[in-house]
Design a protein. Structure first.
Length: 94
C-alpha cells in the first residue's frame, strides 16, 4: 500500500480531482466531506486513518480550519500538513 493522504475540502469537485490524482500515483486517499461539523469527530477520523499527509482548505464552511490545525499539532501526529485556499477575486481586489 502507498502513502496515505487525507483531504478536507469544501468543493467536492476539487476533492474528487485531488483524489483521482493521488490514486493514480498509488496513494490511499480519504476524503472528509464538508458536511462534517465536529472537530472532535474529524480528529477521531484523522487519528484512526493515521495519514502521512493532510490537505486542508483554510476556509471550510462548517469547521474552523485553524482550530483543527491546532488540534492536529497538539496531538503530535507524524503527518505533513498542507494548507491552501481559493479566494474569490472579489474578495482580493482593493
Amino acid at each position: 500500500m502507498g502513502k496515505k493522504i487525507l483531504i478536507l475540502e469544501k468543493d467536492i469537485n476539487i476533492s474528487y480531482s485531488l483524489q483521482t490524482q493521488f490514486l493514480i500515483v498509488g496513494m490511499d486517499v480519504l476524503l472528509i466531506p464538508e458536511t462534517e461539523k465536529d472537530i472532535e469527530l474529524t480528529m477521531d477520523k484523522i487519528i484512526k486513518y493515521s495519514p502521512d499527509y493532510i490537505i486542508i482548505d483554510l476556509f471550510l464552511r462548517n469547521i474552523d480550519s485553524f482550530s483543527l490545525i491546532k488540534e492536529i499539532k497538539q496531538c503530535n501526529l507524524d503527518v505533513k500538513l498542507f494548507t491552501y485556499t481559493k479566494l474569490n477575486k472579489k474578495l482580493t481586489k482593493k
